[in-house]
Design a binder for this molecule. Structure first.
Ligand code: PMP
Length: 296
């Protein structure tokens, strides 16, 4: 699914076949979860494939690396250029790109000087699918922000996401919603969360969440569409009364939520601000917005 015998990847300065790549079994990333990564999408546009917000993603990769004392020997510009080359070499347009910075051999709990940079990409459908999600409040909290840098995209953090997703699936839900250590809603296992009440959108403030690039894009679209959006702390109880809700993420895009803990939202998805924003988001990433102007 992620690669086949034709797939080319970028590994440590070389273009090689994915099937020829080797990773070290003594890597600190494998043993202790210290590695950093990104999840990026490119979209087919009339001007060829465009990587959406490449700069923001590679800047976040640099931020994550710095927080974990990992040296990342490529600039944002180099990583962007290499990513376009990756798409071209694999003849990909609508793709998901996965840069991963993983570490060399080190069994001590110290920073590792040896770093490896992998860039790979594949075709990936919307992560949470296209149907409206039934979501449960997870029994797992997001990591305490004093235990790690929650706003860094670190491989090891995703054990928390896996536990929450697996719990939700095993209980018959589509996805989990995680609270912070104080019982306020934080985010999904791999996406940020918004809810709508009386034509206002609400989302958790930074502090206990990943600062999502899609979340930021939603803020930008809201400003343009005159949709009020408020960052505040809230509990699941407040969400039970909501008119609508959705997740946002690069892989998930804008994903409709039907219910939280069995409480259906007041409006049908098509009536919500989330539905409007989902279309606006797809137009933005595919650079189709000017077409809307032409119709006016
Ligand atoms: N929160 C978590 C925990 C995530 O893994 C992701 C996906 N990167 C997001 C939020 C959404 O971030 P973005 O919009 O930058 O993809």
């Amino acid at each position: 699914m992620y690669y086949n015998e034709k797939t080319t990847i970028f590994l440590d300065g070389k273009w090689i076949k994915a099937t020829d790549a080797r990773g070290g079994l003594y890597s600190q990333t494998l043993h202790y979860g210290s590695g950093v990564f990104e999840g990026i999408r490119s979209y087919k546009t009339e001007d060829g494939p465009k990587i959406f917000k490449a700069k923001e993603h590679f800047e976040r990769l640099h931020y994550s690396a710095e927080k974990m004392h990992i040296t990342l020997p490529y600039s944002t510009e180099e990583l962007t250029r290499l990513s376009y080359e990756l798409l071209e070499r694999n003849e990909l347009e609508n793709a998901y790109l996965r840069p991963l910075v993983f570490l060399g051999e080190n069994m001590a709990l110290r920073a590792t000087a040896e770093t490896h940079v992998l860039l790979c990409a594949w075709n990936w459908n919307r992560y949470l699918g296209d149907h409206q999600l039934s979501v449960m409040t997870s029994s797992f909290q997001r990591p305490n922000p004093r235990s790690c840098f929650v706003d860094a995209k670190v491989t090891g953090h995703y054990t928390n996401s896996i536990l929450a997703t697996e719990e939700a699936k095993r209980k018959g839900y589509d996805e989990a919603l995680l609270l912070d250590m104080n019982g306020f809603v934080a985010e999904g296992p791999g996406a940020n969360f918004f809810f709508e009440k009386d034509e206002v959108l609400y989302t958790a403030p930074l502090g206990n969440i990943l600062s999502g690039i899609t979340r930021q894009t939603i803020f930008e679209l809201c400003a343009e569409l005159n949709i009020p959006v408020v960052e505040k702390l809230f509990t699941p109880k407040e969400v039970y009364e909501a008119d609508g809700a959705f997740f946002t993420g690069t892989a998930a895009e804008v994903a409709a939520i039907k219910s939280l803990d069995g409480n259906n939202f007041n409006l049908s998805w098509e009536e919500t601000l989330g539905s409007q924003l989902s279309s606006a988001y797809l137009n933005r990433v595919q650079k189709k917005e000017y077409k809307l102007f032409e119709l006016v």
